[in-house]
Ligand binder design. Structure first.
Ligand code: NAD
Length: 372
């Protein structure tokens, strides 16, 4: 059973946010903040920590590392208390003047929600600890759906995540697919989806990963795991996906085809995308036609770490022929799941009941601005 950390918040009162009444949400009282621990301070964990720290209703109570690294120095520079899984390995940190606040268990004791951002498969090993300590935990897309029995995407199933103890935030590719499919399913109905994923070979900092000179079918067989993973969130959508890995680090690129149930026009589809809080339309006028130019553009716009949190849909690619929609979208693997984690924290905490309210709060705190 998860600990009931928020019962006192009910007494704090209500807060109005864009005409919606939120129960027990107060942006000013530290006591009312959701206390978040980040177990695994790597590519995803460090971004989630910064995004949480930017929210008015959340507080980072600690982040964890296994051994000293550049990221441990980043945590220190952000004033995030640093915890370690194995407290007997404290001295190498202290030798580098990296103060350790305690063990991961001590960190979890103070947390309302743990974001487990350890490498795929490690989250499964950590789950018994979260169970023992009765804390709520989010896992990432590197874990199997079966670990939690519930896979999350903010605008698809936020309400179903409310008050759950364990939630898996789906992977970057699945998040990108779920967002665009759900938007079209709501507007027109989706009969079937076919999508090809051209995946980045590694994250920019992963110097030991490849491929260096190959297009790798990943896997050779069809479908790739992405289609079934979308169905953990949107079970009624028939979808077949194919995937390959290429020697690039910036982003994934998806070629998506959707058969829509009701008649659609290109302009109508673009209007749905324009209104979507997590879809960024890359305007024709920008001249951008690659992940490299898009990354440069996002960096020039001043986004932290040049992160693209939304789906980058190339406006010029959006085409409707009969009832079939075709498009290209860029998915920034390091970034799109970050905002989903922030929403999932609110959902499992049960503090904000409406997905659009949480999405707006998350986006505003991060300073989302349209791409065009
Ligand atoms: P990463 O390797 O960059 O970071 C993981 C961090 O966890 C590292 O700092 C590592 O030192 C630390 N760690 C390892 N074992 C630990 C333990 N037992 N306790 C505490 N910390 C531990 O990995 P990542 O890319 O951030 O991936 C994390 C999760 O997010 C995975 O499930 C992955 O599939 C998923 N994900 C990754 C991406 C991506 O593109 N990087 C995108 C979406 C989802």
């Amino acid at each position: 059973m998860a600990r009931k950390r928020h019962t006192y918040l009910m007494k704090v009162g209500t807060h109005k946010y864009n005409d919606q009444l939120l129960l027990c949400y107060s942006p000013v009282t530290d006591r009312c903040m959701i206390k978040v621990a980040i177990n695994g301070y790597g590519t995803i964990g460090k971004r989630v920590a910064d995004a949480v720290a930017a929210q008015k209703d959340m507080k980072v109570i600690g982040v964890s590392k296994t051994r000293p690294s550049a990221e441990a120095f980043v945590a220190k520079s952000r004033n995030f208390p640093l915890y370690i899984a194995d407290i007997s390995k404290k001295s190498p940190f202290e030798a580098l003047k990296l103060p350790i606040s305690g063990s991961v268990e001590e960190m979890i004791k103070q947390a309302d929600v743990v974001v487990d951002a350890t490498p795929g498969g490690v989250g499964e090993k950590n789950k018994p600890l979260y169970e023992k300590m009765g804390v709520k935990a989010l896992f990432q897309g590197g874990e199997e759906h079966e670990l939690t029995g519930f896979s999350f995407c903010s605008d698809c199933n936020y309400r179903e995540a409310i008050d759950r103890q364990f939630v898996r935030v789906v992977s970057c590719n699945t998040t990108g697919l779920c967002r665009v499919i759900k938007s079209m399913d709501t507007a027109y109905g989706v009969k079937r989806v076919r999508a090809v994923m051209v995946r980045r070979g590694s994250d920019p900092g992963e110097v030991k990963r490849g491929p260096i000179d190959a297009v790798v079918l990943d896997p050779i067989t069809i479908p790739s795991h992405h289609g079934p993973d979308v169905q953990t969130v949107l079970p009624h959508i028939p979808i077949v996906t194919m995937a390959m890995v290429v020697p690039t680090t910036f982003m994934h690129m998806h070629a998506v085809q959707m058969e829509l149930a009701r008649p659609a026009t290109r302009e109508g589809v673009l209007e749905v995308f324009r209104r979507h809080p997590r879809i960024g339309l890359i305007g024709k006028g920008t001249g951008i036609g690659s992940t490299a130019e898009l990354k440069e553009y996002v960096m020039d716009l001043g986004r932290p770490r040049s992160d693209l949190w939304e789906n980058g849909i190339f406006e010029g690619s959006v085409t409707v022929i009969d009832n079939d929609l075709y498009l290209f979208q860029a998915i920034h693997q390091e970034a799109d799941v970050v905002v989903e984690n922030v929403d999932a924290i609110r959902a499992v905490s049960g503090v904000v009941k409406e997905p659009d309210v949480s999405i707006r709060m998350t986006n505003e705190a991060l300073g989302f601005k349209p791409l065009r």
